[in-house]
Design a protein around this ligand. Structure first.
Ligand code: TRP
Length: 454
């Protein structure tokens, strides 16, 4: 019984499972396998993981439920959804800016996301070709430096990845997005389990465990909290409309709370599994956990190059990374594609080509920030660092903050209740209180602390 308030028809997920797969596909990405390990490595392991888990449960999950709820109630792209819902709540028309900000944030994230995903593509080929077999540590470091130093190679891989993304999204919700996640997500889980088995048998598994799960409280400071918060938003795909637009395709009878818990749970499990697959190998080979974005590209091939079955498992690892990135990138471009289709009545292919082309162009900024523009710095940060900081640490939390305010304070309580269909009154109350008071206050405190007021 689709109670849509609109005549637009984007298609729908075929089932609850399809939504969970797609939203988990969006959530599980480079953020889990590339970013989470290197951020944990840079921020002292356990302390970061602890704060990160708290952020997921106390900030991420309530906001995810709110974002899915907005999408399902609005039934359209984030921009139109915000228009419709602001009108329904008799609130200011300016709320539509939340939708626009999301589309803009999505552009920025996808522009660099695609470049890093391109590294992974390149590493699949290099690994399969045996480039890492028997190579020494400096040689492998050199292979990574050579890759990022070459604008041509980066552009080629960035272009291929962008094409892969467009190809899926142009095919639509059921034949594109749903079909892709149906195969890629189980494949991803299978590969990561294999890799953990490998880490247990070949690496220093307990050293990895204790690095990730023994918090050293002296390492907790503002920067760690700020990074953990940004990472929680990034990894759950929150605050820009990906989850909102996926919510718009969610059938009405599905419980938003249960589906969101499944998605956040899957995402967290996969991030922790990625850590458990990576750190034992890092420690077994006396590698450095705190080396930043190059962590998995610089260190893992070294490990794989000297281990039995390394060629196979190394290649598999980078295939995993590509799968994860692919199911995420489609969710970064979907909000704007959905908007163009409903607003201008263009075909999905046209919308994808236009948005993809534009994002590709912006991505060149990231490509060059690793080589010919690496000396262009703003406050010590390269273009890539700036984009990452601006989006993950500022724009996504701001988007999340506004989503919480809109659902908890602006929408009519009966509309929220009606859409949420949560039968357990106590749980509903808990969620509502978290969203109304805790989430906005926590975000404000973290921001004030960062700017040095608190
Ligand atoms: N969550 C994905 C990851 O962990 C990236 C992503 C997809 C994303 N859609 C998003 C991040 C929307 C922020 C907002 O890699």
């Amino acid at each position: 019984m689709p109670t849509t308030t609109t005549s637009f028809n984007h298609g729908q997920w075929s089932s609850r499972l399809a939504f969970i797969l797609a939203a988990s596909g969006s959530a599980v990405g480079l953020g889990n396998i590339w970013k989470f390990p290197y951020m944990a490595g840079e921020n002292g392991g356990g302390a970061f993981v602890l704060i990160y888990l708290l952020c997921i449960i106390l900030l991420g999950l309530p906001i995810m439920m709110a974002e899915v709820l907005l999408g399902r109630r609005g039934q359209q792209s984030p921009i139109r959804t915000m228009q419709t819902l602001a009108a329904e709540a008799k609130a200011s028309r300016w709320w539509v800016l939340l939708g626009w900000m999301g589309v803009f944030t999505g552009f920025l994230i996808l522009s660099y996301y695609s470049v890093i995903a391109g590294w992974s593509l390149s590493y699949v080929i290099q690994s399969a070709a045996g480039d890492f077999v028997g190579a020494t540590q400096p040689q492998i470091g050199q292979l990574f430096s050579d890759l990022v130093a070459s604008p041509q190679r980066l552009i080629i891989w960035h272009s291929i990845f962008m094409l892969m993304t467009i190809l899926v999204v142009a095919r639509g919700v059921s034949n594109g997005l749903e079909l892709a996640v149906r195969y890629l997500m189980p494949g991803l889980v299978f590969i990561i389990l294999l890799l953990i088995g490998y880490a247990i048998s070949q690496g220093h598994f307990w050293a990895g465990m204790s690095f990730l799960f023994t918090p050293d409280f002296s390492k907790i400071n503002t920067a760690v909290v700020f990074d953990a918060m940004g990472q929680a938003f990034f990894t759950l795909s929150l605050g820009m409309g990906s989850i909102m637009v996926y919510g718009a395709y969610l059938p009405k009878k599905v419980s938003i709370a249960k589906a969101s818990i499944a998605v956040a749970g899957t995402d967290t499990m996969i991030a922790l599994c990625a850590g458990l697959a990576i750190f034992p190998i890092v420690f077994a080979n006396q590698l450095e956990p705190a080396q930043g974005p190059g962590l998995i590209f610089n260190t893992l091939p070294i490990a794989f190059s000297h281990m039995p079955g390394g060629l196979f498992f190394g290649t598999l690892f980078f295939v995993l990374l590509v799968f994860a990135a692919w199911t995420s990138s489609i969710s970064l471009i979907e909000p704007v594609v959905a908007y163009m289709v409903e607003r201008f009545r263009v075909t999905r292919l046209f919308a994808c080509a236009l948005c993809g082309g534009f994002t590709w162009l912006v991505g060149l900024g990231t490509v060059f920030s690793f080589n010919i523009w690496q000396d262009y710095r703003f406050a010590g940060k390269t273009i890539f660092d700036c984009l990452d900081f601006l989006t993950a640490n500022l724009m996504l939390p701001l988007g999340g903050f506004l989503i919480a305010i809109f659902v908890a304070w602006v929408m009519q309580d009966e509309d929220v209740r009606d859409e949420m269909v949560m039968h357990n009154a106590v749980l509903y109350r808990c969620w509502n209180i978290l969203l109304r008071y805790f989430t906005p206050l926590a975000l404000i405190c973290i921001f004030l602390r960062v700017v040095g007021v608190l």
